[in-house]
Design a protein around this ligand. Structure first.
Ligand code: SAT
Ligand code: MN
Length: 590
């Protein structure tokens, strides 16, 4: 029932399925009114004005930051809550040791009790959205029902939201149902529940990021990963970046790093002056949907249309593209302000905070002025490195897949997996120090396979098997790599400069893909020798470079034993092929 051009059908009449669901949710939640979002600029402006009138949004300096606003979340609602995030499959084993499980019936009962009457006196917003270009066969739609105008505005930036999405839903006759209420923002009445078998999500009690913008982690990763397994593709926590070499060839690379480990920076990298002729294009900074293509290559779309990036640390030095991109039309959350009403955060490199993220006059004794997980939400088209390839319905072909984590020690700057199966092991063994993107201790090393620990909607053992299966379908699979930009010396100093210089590592990878670059064969995979990297103009001592390009057998033997015991938690479901890869790394280490 797609609409003919020029035929105006009111939104609620477009899809009977959506209207019925909205009706049943309205009965449960008893809103004061219902608003179907069309996604227009006028609608966004009206929602912003309503929030400004309620003092829930503040316009920032209109001259230096036109159309930029500051929102403050509840102080106890500043990050994802993994301990309150559930996967509700009928069988517990299907959720796996990597998830917290609850039986679907129990979860529905618990959530419906919370949702009962929760929108009294509030507006129920119906937010139809499409993850991916509207005309891509790889895109998937959803409808989020929410009582938060802040969430609607974010979804309007982060997704293709409004009438075109609802038209596609009417044609597809299927959509992910995401029900959200901020409730009372009470951490004791906060749950994020996923029902992958029913393609639905229920989220209560948080208004923040990944807990509340249901198109993002809940749909595009947890539900989509489950869907992807049944349909033969992969939904991954990866940035997608295009690298054009001085000869004019562009190759695309997808990289999985945990939250707040620099995906946005890498996706928008500025080449160092000593690498003239290189250009970088951002396709996505957080999520990639990967499909085996008819040509035997792996193709990727970015399901999102905006960035929900970490503000602290963003400066002209670390990410000039992002810094320029967020000077207009940007929604800031939990940053500080200067006396001049400009946004401010630690690491911005200029200005001074006057009001902290909690709205208090800034005082150093109160801790950071901006919350460490404060964010900007901005449309992808404002990125100076934006490429229209992000709208290409068939996606972009992927030459290399890269895994990485934040590790002070052990993991070298880069190494290449020997094969797809070895690459799956490399991805499955990713470990990283925790960051402020989730509540809990920061800086603790934990296993974060494929950077998907908080986001895989089913048993990791089945997920790794699915990775192996997808690889078997690819005639020309991407090469797989592991990187670690975060090695430190005993004094806590970073050994690798990172940021733009990471292009040196990416360019070695692309040369490996083209069969042009050398490497040393080590027990853990292929590493560049120092002379294999482009080090022209690089500021690093030979000693430090050697240090980050070496493999310490003793430490790695311990690491492999630890990987084996971690994988052992998945018991008999663990793919034998993965264990065989562990055996062979162990053997090579001697
Ligand atoms: O809050 S979000 O989950 O959207 C951000 C992140 O953790 O990457
Ligand atoms: Mn992320």
């Amino acid at each position: 029932m797609a609409t003919a051009p020029n035929t105006f059908i009111p939104l609620p009449e477009l899809s009977k399925e959506v209207a019925e669901w909205v009706g049943s949710v309205a009965q449960l939640t008893q809103p004061h009114r219902i608003h179907w979002c069309d996604g227009s600029a006028a609608e966004m402006a009206q929602l912003r004005n309503e929030l400004i009138a309620k003092q829930e949004l503040q316009p920032l300096n209109a001259e230096s930051f036109p159309d930029c606003y500051l929102a403050r979340s509840h102080p106890s609602d500043v990050a994802r809550v993994e301990h309150l995030t559930f996967i509700c499959t009928s069988k517990q084993e299907d959720a796996g040791p990597n998830n917290i499980w609850m039986a679907p019936a129990e979860a529905h009962q618990k959530m419906d009790a919370l949702f009962q009457g929760c929108m009294q006196g509030r507006t129920l917003y119906v937010v139809p959205y499409c993850m991916g270009p509207i005309d891509s066969p790889y895109s998937r739609c959803g409808v989020e029902i929410t009582d938060s105008a802040y969430v609607v505005i974010n979804m309007g930036i982060m997704t293709r939201m409004g009438r075109p999405a609802l038209e596609r839903i009417a044609a597809d006759r299927t959509f992910i149902k995401g029900l959200h209420s901020i409730g009372e923002l009470n951490p004791d009445r906060r749950f994020i529940m996923h029902f992958p078998e029913e393609l639905s999500i229920k989220s209560f009690g948080s208004g923040y990021g990944g807990n509340a913008l249901l198109g993002k982690k809940c749909h595009a990763l947890r539900i989509a990963s489950y869907q992807a397994r049944t349909e033969g593709w992969l939904a991954e926590h990866m940035l997608i970046v295009g690298l054009q070499n001085p000869q004019g060839e562009t190759h695309y690379v997808a990289c999985a790093f945990p939250s707040a480990c620099g995906k946005t920076n890498l996706a928008m990298l500025i080449p160092p002056d000593s690498m003239p002729g290189w250009k970088v294009f951002t396709v996505g900074d957080d999520i990639a949907w990967l499909h085996p293509g008819p040509d035997g290559r792996l193709w990727a779309i970015n399901p999102e249309s905006g960035y929900f990036g970490v503000a602290p640390g963003t400066s002209p030095k670390t990410n000039r593209n992002a810094y320029e991109m967020i000077r207009k039309d940007t929604l800031f959350t939990n940053v500080a302000r200067t006396a001049n009403n400009e946004p401010w955060w630690e690491g911005i490199g200029a200005g001074e905070p006057s009001i902290d993220w909690l709205g208090r006059p800034y005082e150093a004794k109160n801790g950071p002025a901006a919350h460490p997980n404060s964010r900007f939400t901005v449309s992808a088209v404002h990125n100076p490195a934006y490429t229209p390839e992000a709208e290409n319905p068939r996606g972009v072909p992927i030459s290399a897949l890269v895994f990485g984590g934040r590790r002070r020690e052990l993991a070298p700057l880069v190494y290449e997996a020997r094969s797809w199966a070895h690459g799956v092991l490399v991805g499955a063994s990713v470990a990283s120090e925790t960051t402020a993107a989730a509540t809990g201790a920061v800086g603790v090393v934990r296993r974060d396979p494929m950077a998907m620990k908080p986001f895989c909607g089913y048993n990791f053992a089945d997920y790794w098997q699915h990775w192996l299966n997808v690889g078997a379908k690819l005639k020309s699979p991407p090469k797989m790599f592991h990187v670690n930009w975060f090695r430190q010396n005993a004094d806590g100093k970073f050994l690798w400069p990172g940021f733009g210089d990471n292009l040196r590592v990416l360019s070695w990878m692309l040369d490996r893909c083209a069969g042009r670059a050398q490497a040393q064969d080590t027990a853990i995979g292929y590493l560049p020798r120092p002379q294999d990297l482009n080090t022209t103009g690089l500021d690093i001592s030979a000693e430090n470079l050697n240090e980050i390009l070496s493999v310490k057998s003793d430490a790695w033997r311990k690491e492999v034993a630890d990987i084996r015991s971690y994988l052992g938690e998945y018991g008999a479901r663990l793919p034998a092929a993965l264990l065989a890869e562990v055996d062979s790394v162990e053997k090579r280490l001697g």
